[in-house]
Ligand binder design. Structure first.
Ligand code: MLT
Length: 404
């Protein structure tokens, strides 16, 4: 008799952002006259930049001519894009990453969910708490975790590394050594950054223990302070222990276009096997490549004009972050993040828990944010606001909170 993958049944409720979307839709349906401001999911609101649009148009025109038409993309991505990434993201920062160590994909969410497939189910994962839910949920689906406990808000067989105000929202080395360590910096959801020295500590720890770090650097474009690494490969020894996940969504506004990449250095070897060849095998079998048109759009962000435009997008959102930070501080909130990341992390006021504050903001002020507890038990009592709204809506939302 057919059996389903029962690991899926271990997952409580639906995906965090789907749950929120449903709640917001129900509220809007009941109150169609209310103007709801959405600062929940980290989805961009600025349009694609002129250089990107022009690259998209040219690529579409190429697809209309027999001489320039393209069918399946190469499994691992077009050379033109992989070279542009290697030169601009790595070589320019003095990092030794070659174009053939870059795997182009349709976004970091898929890669961060799928990458665990190349590792045995016997491995134990460690995650920051709070954490981007995809890392944990994808391991649950694969069967790498035990059951979920309602009481603790945790899955068995997962090492949770609490990131709290007390430790500056930075994970500490766990007592039990994990096989796979998920790190995301600048961090989603707390907006915290890691110093070069701090990240070097993790690289040394992983190399010493034979662990692999899955490093999500989707928000690196938002780093504004010196001494914060833009890529884990700025650290010595990262080539032998780290895989990096990157996205075009948050820097170039590609959330609806879909483009990302994963870097697997050829020196990353475990059990005598290089992980690069496993991920290449997986990519070849299960993936037919991001569309040519989209890869040309990705390439365009590395032109001189493209780079200027991307800087403009990032500063637009960081102006929002500053407005939220200043406004909430003025209103007496305890806030962090928002300096090297487009997320602001705040303490729910008056002893409210995360979902109570969510309901309060939605129902009383018509503002949507993300409850911290949705990212893990250590997020309870916290709340995340995103800087990805329009400036006008951001100002209106913050003013609603201040003037309450
Ligand atoms: C978030 O809001 O955490 C992100 O937008 C989710 C994502 O990038 O998948």
């Amino acid at each position: 008799m057919l059996k389903i993958n029962e690991n899926y049944l271990k997952l409580p409720g639906s995906y965090l952002f789907s749950t929120i979307a449903k709640k917001v839709s129900a509220y809007q349906e009941a109150h169609p006259e209310k103007k709801i401001i959405r600062l929940g999911i980290g989805d961009v609101t600025r349009p694609l930049t002129p250089t990107v649009i022009s690259a998209l148009h040219s690529a579409v025109d190429e697809m209309a001519e027999a001489a320039t038409f393209r069918g399946y993309a190469p499994d691992l991505g077009y050379e033109f894009l992989r070279n542009a990434i290697a030169d601009n993201e790595y070589k320019a920062r003095g990092c030794d990453i070659k174009a053939d160590e870059i795997f182009v994909s349709d976004g970091a969410k898929c890669d961060s969910g799928n990458i665990q497939e190349v590792f045995s189910l016997d491995n134990k994962i460690a995650v920051c708490d709070p954490v981007y839910p995809v890392y944990v949920d994808s391991n649950v689906m694969a069967g790498r975790t035990g059951l979920y406990s309602e009481e603790s808000g945790k899955f068995e067989n997962v090492i949770y590394m609490p990131c709290l105000e007390e430790n500056g929202f930075a994970p500490e080395f766990p007592e039990e050594v994990p096989d796979i360590i998920y790190l995301c910096f600048p961090n989603n959801p707390t907006g915290a950054a890691i110093t070069k020295e701090g990240l070097q500590g993790w690289v040394d720890y992983a190399n010493k223990n034979g662990s692999v770090i899955l490093y999500d650097a989707a928000y690196e474009a938002y780093i504004s302070e010196p001494g914060i690494p833009h890529t884990i490969y700025e650290c010595d020894g990262a080539r032998t222990c780290a895989i990096e996940l990157r996205s075009f969504s948050k820097n170039a506004g590609f959330t609806g276009v879909r483009l990302g990449y994963t870097v697997v250095p050829k020196d990353l070897v475990r059990g005598g096997v290089d992980i690069h060849s496993l991920w290449a095998r997986r990519h070849g079998t299960k993936y037919n490549g991001a569309p040519y048109i989209v890869q040309r759009a990705g390439e365009a962000i590395y032109s001189e004009q493209g780079k200027e435009e991307i800087k403009g997008l990032v500063s637009y959102y960081m102006r929002n972050a500053q407005y939220i930070l200043d406004g909430l501080k003025k209103a007496g909130y305890s806030v962090s993040g928002g300096v090297n990341a487009p997320y602001i992390w705040l303490k729910a006021p008056d002893g409210m828990n995360s979902w109570e504050f969510f309901d309060y903001l939605l129902e009383e002020l018509n503002i949507v944010g993300t409850p911290g507890s949705g990212f893990g038990p250590a997020g309870e009592g916290y709340f995340r606001l995103t800087a990805f709204g329009t400036y006008e809506n951001t100002v209106e939302a913050v003013d609603r909170i201040i003037n309450r």
